[in-house]
Design a protein around this ligand. Structure first.
Ligand code: PEP
Length: 250
């Protein structure tokens, strides 16, 4: 049985005060017995605070990206081992904003995925199509290409310790959530793709949906056979909105 995961991607939002309030509220409001694994992805400067507040609680946390290199002359970048130093379990790789704004190719994402695992982190691989790609019938081709780059570099066994997040670009931060049927269709495509390589890995793989998830749509999304939780942006920035989504897993 795959456990639901509700993961909050705070992006470049927050302040010391906001992190204290938000995290305190999430820790107190989502118990260890809730139906979901609850995880947050804060901006790097707040990782130490998150570690000090969340250590010993049910909450997990991770970095929003990492550099593929373990160390070196990469001003402004952060390595996987640095994220480990601050207690991270997870790291996002290939978020659509990294792909679109910072030009990360499928191969760049594959090298980050590999670096994450080398550092002992669980990569959360984000995949998804733009609206133009969906409207021209390219959704499956695009998503398959994003996954194939990882498979070519790391092999299917790498997905024993990884999570996939299907995030249609047209649904991120737009308020236009994919319908449960649209999301389920792509999640089933992803799981079948893995099943063709390894049934056991496919059966255990958690595939999260991301794109305007809210308390009002999460129950129906999480009820789909191949949707194992949500990667949440906007609604993870307020305690009540995020907890409302967490409760949908109960
Ligand atoms: C995201 O940032 O990954 C995301 C899904 O954002 P939102 O929930 O705001 O659409």
């Amino acid at each position: 049985m795959r456990r639901i995961m509700v993961a909050g991607n705070w992006k470049m939002h927050g302040s010391l005060e906001m992190v204290e309030t938000l995290l305190g509220g999430v820790i107190n409001g989502s118990g260890p017995d809730s139906g979901a694994d609850v995880v947050v992805f804060p901006p790097f400067p707040y990782l130490q605070l998150v570690q000090s507040m969340a250590s010993g609680t049910h909450l997990g946390w991770g970095g929003q990206t990492l550099n593929p290199e373990p160390k070196g002359a990469h001003t402004g970048e952060v390595s996987g081992s640095m994220l480990k130093d601050f207690g991270c379990t997870y790291v996002l790789v290939g978020h659509s904003e990294r792909r679109a704004i910072y030009g990360e190719s499928n191969e760049d994402v594959a090298s980050r995925f590999e670096a994450a695992q080398s550092a002992g982190l669980v990569p959360v691989l984000c995949v998804g199509e733009t609206i133009e790609q969906r409207e021209t019938g390219l959704t499956e081709e695009v998503v398959a290409g994003q996954i194939d780059a990882i498979l070519a570099r790391s092999g299917v066994s790498a997905f024993e310790q990884a999570i996939v997040a299907y995030e249609p670009v047209w649904a991120i931060g737009t308020g236009h959530t994919a319908s449960p049927e649209q999301a389920q269709a792509v999640h089933a495509f992803i799981r079948n793709k893995f099943a063709a390589l390894d049934d056991t890995i496919a059966g255990r793989l958690r595939i999260l949906y991301g794109g305007s998830v809210k308390g009002s749509n999460a129950t129906e999304l999480f009820a789909q056979a191949d949707i194992d939780g949500g990667l949440v942006g906007g609604a993870s920035l307020t305690v009540e909105d995020f907890l409302a989504i967490c409760r949908c897993a109960d």
